[in-house]
Design a protein around this ligand. Structure first.
Ligand code: NAD
Ligand code: DAU
Length: 351
């Protein structure tokens, strides 16, 4: 089986690529990524020589490129993660999100249909990786997002992801494309780009710089360790039913301020700072426009139907993550200085 994984140089994509390359040596994995600011091939240094792995630099907003790639590579499956993923960036530049997340997804759907429909679709899969943000925002309380919660996206990012989900389902209903979808909560773990809350806070604590907390820090997110998201994607890809959607979450809700306090305290303990000193770095700043109050996922469908469950507790996952950032200073330095963007030119472009 040949699988195109889009966005494989990004945070979650790199964990999915590594899992598939190492767990399924019989598969050929093609990592298709444009290497935007969020794409970092250094995330995949350890597997880049694997015989069943290849990287292709390319942009899914270019239909001609995508068509050519599908015609020449003839993939059996697509696991689509490439996206503009940061909510704050979507507020300042919404069009980039429409281009990649909506148009890019439709280009992939077109190419997959053109290649597979004449073959009758047998053994083919188009798997779209999406977000819980398509469901909108929950009030405080026991309510959870389920697979049947009505879509109510509120940010340009979530509107673009909701739109792409609708297009994926439309290709299933209209053209019988064999699709699968999953909608996941907030991920954390190694290789997380330091614009997102957890790696940003860890970096600021190390630098002894202010940690920006939007509003009063009362918004709630449901955090899942990225390697557990990768195993959930593996489960949905192999055992999920065609045409179905699976919600994936950590059953792990945290108010932002409580989470930042925890990060500060664990960092104080691990780096030998006086307990409580990192909390002094917290700085309340202007709230995010349209800031969704609470996300929380009901994962019972994937747990009961596919037998998936997270492998680590939040405490274990967070400690692994903090250890990783402390041990991989160079990764962080190369990302924050921009040096990581030279890696493709140095390692690949000359080949
Ligand atoms: P990321 O921003 O870390 O990585 C995105 C990757 O896509 C990068 O490698 C980037 O170079 C690539 N890319 C962007 N535009 C492209 C284009 N036009 N053509 C080809 N490649 C392009 O994102 P992430 O956090 O790893 O998220 C991956 C996917 O999972 C996204 O679809 C996102 O919506 C979804 N998701 C993310 C989270 C989360 O907490 N991060 C949670 C649920 C779902
Ligand atoms: O729920 C899944 C989504 O989680 C994914 O689809 C997105 O791709 C991913 O970026 C993430 O979105 P969030 O907006 O929830 O993540 P972020 O890390 O940007 O913010 C987490 C919370 O922390 C949110 O309530 C905003 C707040 N925040 C964020 C930053 C960057 C701060 O208070 N300060 C900050 O500096």
């Amino acid at each position: 089986m040949k699988i195109i994984i889009t966005g494989g140089a990004g945070f979650i994509g790199s964990h999915v690529v590594r899992l598939f390359v190492t767990k399924y040596p019989e598969y050929q994995i093609l990592n298709l990524d444009a290497l935007t600011y969020a794409g970092n091939l250094e995330n995949l240094r350890d597997i880049e020589q694997a015989p069943n792995y290849r990287f292709v630099k390319g942009d899914i907003t270019d239909q001609a490129f995508v068509d050519h790639l599908f015609a020449t590579e003839e993939p059996d499956a697509v696991i689509h993660l490439a996206a503009e993923s940061h909510v704050d960036r979507s507020i300042t530049d919404p069009l980039a999100f429409v281009k990649t997340n909506v148009l890019g997804t439709v280009h992939l759907l077109n190419a997959a249909r053109n290649l597979w429909q004449p073959l009758g679709y047998a053994g083919k899969t188009f798997y779209h990786v999406s977000t819980d943000e398509v469901y909108g925002s929950l009030e405080m309380g026991p309510e959870l997002f389920t697979e049947t919660t009505a879509y109510d996206p509120r940010s340009p990012y979530s509107a673009s992801k909701a739109s792409s989900d609708h297009f994926v389902r439309a290709w299933h209903h209209t053209y019988h494309l064999p699709v699968k979808l999953s909608n996941c909560s907030n991920n954390y773990g190694p290789n997380h780009f330091p614009e997102k809350l957890i790696p940003l806070a860890l970096h600021r604590i190390q630098q002894r710089e202010p940690i920006p907390v939007y509003g009063r820090g009362e918004n709630v997110r449901d955090w899942l360790f990225v390697k557990d998201h990768a195993t959930a994607i593996d489960a949905v890809f192999h055992r999920g039913r065609v045409g179905e959607t699976y919600n994936i979450g950590g059953v792990n809700e945290w108010k932002n301020l409580d989470l930042i306090h925890l990060l500060c305290d664990v960092m104080d303990e691990k780096t030998g700072q006086p307990q409580g000193s990192s909390r002094q770095l917290i700085k309340f700043v202007t709230d995010r426009a349209g800031h969704d109050l609470r996300y929380a996922i009901d994962s019972s469908k994937i747990m009961q139907e596919l037998g998936w469950k997270p492998s680590v507790t939040f405490e274990q996952g967070l400690r692994q993550t903090i250890d990783w950032y402390l041990e991989n200073q160079q990764w962080l330095n190369r990302v924050t200085s921009g040096q990581y963007q030279d890696y493709y030119r140095q390692q690949y472009a000359a080949r």
